[in-house]
Design a protein around this ligand. Structure first.
Ligand code: C2E
Ligand code: CA
Ligand code: CA
Length: 792
């Protein structure tokens, strides 16, 4: 087929057996600038057509051998010549002949003899037609070409789009996995499986993911699919740069390795199916996090698209790992104590919650919660510093680990508080044995920074029972038991009972009532006289607080002082007591018209004593009320001063600068080392009531009082015996040379107005010092100690 344009005006092949006809035609056509070629037979025509590729053939019909029709049919039969238009030349005018000519494939007919104009017109028309046809065919061919080209481009684009879509889908699937609330390793396993499932990658259904645990270690398989046992053992851990896969890590690029690569650890595994590995490092800006290792069919190569896809996969996995690690760190932070790295209170509550649920599901599931608290840790912290305090905690944790081998179930609740969750406790005794061992171990001295530190710990235990539905309640009850253990002395444990809960509930109620009482000014002070055994005169009083409860009436301090102490309410309460006592006694002196008020003893609890601004408080109250300092006595119990004798000595020395007196209360009840006594700047020892009340039994109790009096004399201290109830006790005390006495025998604690009335009455009736008459008969047995009786 000729697709090129005919050269204008065109080459015309003349086929006629008569030379004259050929000549006429040639000359006519040439004159019109046509090119011509003439042949004399059909056969010659068929040959020339092949060679010359004419634009038009003028073909005579009647010729020897092969006539025009035969020639035309032959031309039309060949693909190469089919399109060349044929115009028949004939003298025959028969319509039949014309029809035959058209049937044979001719396009027109020119009669002989030739009419030149007709000939040229027909030739031109057919050449033009042919030109247009050729042009048209050219256009349509081009069009077709263009369509084909566009179609294949489209197809390619479509394929690319499909691949992009597939990749994006695969990446999205990975991203969706990230959102699942699963541990990192489980997530990576899902990711691996999701990747191996991608049909358009030429993968074998095997592979693994390595992760780096921390900076110092190598990479460990954390997710795998279909790896042989042999392979899992050999390649469980790899290091960057050390094997063929490690090379990918070292170079931080995707590497494809054939299984027969000599540097490949996996090579030489007889039973392994032939494969190659694509090693895809997973790296963040700070280095390698891990590696994805996929098995491909042997000799596979990565297309650039696949490489880009694996790059994106690596990126997605990197983000997943970083995100999960950050999440894990955050969770760890939320659930652990930073100092000890042990699970904290939140973690304990979670664990308790699970245990409570289990115990509701299975009747025989029992567990115990043990709270352990170091004794006097705060004081230790304050005196030796927080740094050493931290070391003590860490040293205690090591002890606990030694006892409780497994770290599971050990919680650090902050400060010096620890908890043990003992699961599956068949016998209550099991938990008790554990507690005993823990407390024993914590009693052993710690060697810290050259100090030998002796501590003890207390514990509270609660056993699970179906009454509990919340972990918080178990924690609360173990705490109640712990508090009780502490209040009974150090180094003990206490098992919780539901009676305790009721008591604790009442304490809570009392605490709230107390706070309100303080605001509503429901507290009053009573005063109990203190009598000199030398003169029989009342020389002072002890201020004792009472709570005028709107419903319960007068409430004894024994019921609320310990709670006020524990909750810190004692601080505002104590300030109020000191302030009121000083101003009450000033008022009383004014009313009774005596120049100097009575001595007043005010009790100070441990917490009050430990206040850093105690000195300033006392000073301000003395100044504010105008109460003479030498008439104020602060009573501090023996146990409070002995708890931290060094610190107490310092505080007492400072207080003494105010020119006030210090009295050691409840003396004899503590484990007081007498050797310390001389170091305290105390003025008075108050013998505890328990000795006085058992004095009549003679023996030891009497001897104790005698020793105390002797000791006090040696240390130039005065002695007050408290709780004197009988005349016999009074006589015995006087015979022991005790200086002062206080007790129901003389008077019970009384409100200020009563104290004032009695004092005034006695003075106006000329009875002299208060309650003197009570002591008659004992005076003669008294021996003078040579000390001023007006001191108390
Ligand atoms: P305490 O300091 O040992 O006070 C003496 C307690 O013995 C008082 O009890 C008093 O009423 C009682 N008492 C006095 N003579 C006798 C007696 O002959 N026989 C008997 N059986 N008891 C006698 P009270 O007033 O109930 O106070 C109890 C404790 O409460 C006090 O013991 C003291 O430790 C504390 N307390 C009282 N008031 C205050 C205060 O204002 N501040 C502080 N921090 N503690 C206070
Ligand atoms: Ca007292
Ligand atoms: Ca006492």
């Amino acid at each position: 087929m000729r697709t090129d344009q005919p050269s204008s005006p065109g080459l015309i092949l003349i086929v006629d057996d008569e030379a004259v006809n050929r000549l006429i035609l040639e000359s006519n056509l040439k004159r019109q600038e046509f090119q011509t070629h003439s042949v004399a037979s059909g056969r010659e025509c068929l040959e020339a057509v092949q060679k010359l590729k004419p634009d038009l053939i003028l073909l005579d019909i009647i010729m020897p051998e092969m006539d025009g029709f035969q020639t035309c049919r032959a031309l039309k039969a060949a693909a190469q010549t089919r399109d060349v238009p044929v115009i028949f030349l004939s003298a025959l005018t028969d319509a039949d002949i014309k029809t035959k000519g058209f049937e044979a494939g001719g396009v027109d007919y020119v009669s002989k003899p030739f009419d030149t104009r007709e000939l040229l017109a027909r030739v031109r028309t057919h050449l033009t037609l042919r030109n247009q046809e050729i042009q048209l065919r050219g256009y349509s061919e081009k069009l077709e070409e263009m369509v084909n080209e566009r179609t294949s481009k489209l197809k390619r684009a479509e394929q690319e789009l499909q691949r992009n879509y597939d990749m994006q889908t695969a990446l999205n699937r990975l991203l969706r996995l990230t959102l699942q609330d699963l541990p990192l390793e489980e997530l990576l396993q899902h990711c691996l499986e999701s990747l191996l499932n991608i049909s358009w990658l030429t993968l074998q259904d095997r592979g693994c993911i390595y992760l780096r645990e921390d900076e110092s270690t190598g990479f460990r398989i954390v997710a795998q699919r279909n790896l042989s046992q042999q392979l899992l053992e050999k390649c469980a851990n790899i290091a960057a740069g050390e094997c063929a896969c490690g090379k990918a890590l070292a170079e931080q690029r995707i590497v494809v390795i054939q299984d027969d690569d000599p540097t490949h650890t996996q090579s030489g595994f007889g039973e392994e199916e032939a494969h190659s590995n694509v090693c895809i490092p997973i790296a963040s800006a700070h280095g390698n996090l891990g590696m994805l290792n996929l098995f491909m069919h042997r000799d596979s190569r990565l297309t650039s698209q696949e490489s880009a896809f694996f790059g994106a996969v690596s990126n997605t996995l990197m983000q997943m790992i970083l995100y999960k690690r950050a999440e894990e760190r955050m969770l760890h932070h939320v659930l652990h104590e930073p100092l000890t790295n042990l699970p904290n209170r939140t973690a304990l509550l979670d664990a308790l919650h699970r245990e409570v649920q289990r115990s509701h599901e299975a009747d025989d599931h029992r567990f115990a919660l043990i709270l352990v608290n170091l004794d006097r840790f705060n004081r230790f912290n304050e005196s030796l510093g927080y740094d050493l305090g931290d070391k003590l905690i860490l040293s205690s944790v090591r002890r606990i680990r030694d006892v409780h081998k497994t770290e599971q179930g050990v919680f650090h609740l902050g400060g010096d508080g620890f908890a043990f969750l003992v699961r599956d406790v068949p016998e209550d005794a099991d938990a008790l044995l554990l507690v005993e061992r823990i407390l024993d171990d914590l009693r052993q001295p710690h060697q810290l920074d050259g100090h030998e530190i002796q501590t003890s710990a207390s514990a509270g235990i609660v056993y699970s029972d179906t009454r509990y539905s919340r972990g918080e309640d178990l924690l609360r009850d173990a705490d109640i038991a712990l508090h009780l253990a502490k209040s009974k002395g150090r180094g003990r444990f206490q098992v919780f009972s539901h009676v305790m809960h009721e008591k604790a509930r009442q304490s809570m109620q009392t605490f709230m009532d107390l706070r309100q009482a303080l605001q509503r000014k429901e507290f009053v002070l009573f005063y109990q006289p203190i009598v000199s055994l030398q003169t029989g005169a009342t020389t002072g009083v002890e201020a004792l607080i009472r709570w005028q409860h709107p419903e319960r009436g007068m409430v004894s301090p024994a019921e609320f002082i310990p709670l006020a102490e524990e909750t810190g309410l004692i601080l505002p309460m104590g300030r109020w007591v000191l302030q009121t006592a000083c101003s009450d006694l000033c008022d009383m002196a004014r009313n009774a018209n005596i120049s100097e008020p009575f001595m007043v003893s005010v009790n100070l609890s441990g917490k009050q004593f430990a206040q850093p601004d105690l000195y300033e408080q006392v000073e301000a109250i003395l100044q504010g009320t105008g109460f003479p300092p030498e008439c104020l006595k602060l009573e501090i119990t023996e146990s409070v001063v002995m708890d931290n004798a060094e610190e107490a000595t310092r505080i007492l020395e400072r207080l003494k600068k105010l020119n006030i007196k210090i009295s050691i209360d409840d003396f004899g009840t503590g484990y007081s080392s007498l050797s310390y006594l001389h170091r305290f700047s105390a003025d008075i020892l108050k013998v505890d009531r328990s000795f006085v009340s058992r004095m009549h039994l003679g023996g030891e109790n009497l001897e104790i009082i005698r020793t105390i009096v002797t000791l006090a004399q040696a240390l130039k201290m005065q002695v007050i015996a408290e709780g004197v109830e009988t005349r016999d006790e009074l006589s015995a005390l006087a015979s022991l040379n005790c200086d002062y006495a206080q007790g129901f025998y003389f008077a019970k604690p009384m409100p200020l107005d009563q104290l004032q009335r009695t004092a005034l009455r006695d003075i106006t009736q000329g009875l002299g010092p208060l309650f003197l008459e009570r002591r008659e008969g004992s005076t003669d047995r008294r021996k003078s100690t040579g000390r001023r009786s007006t001191d108390c």
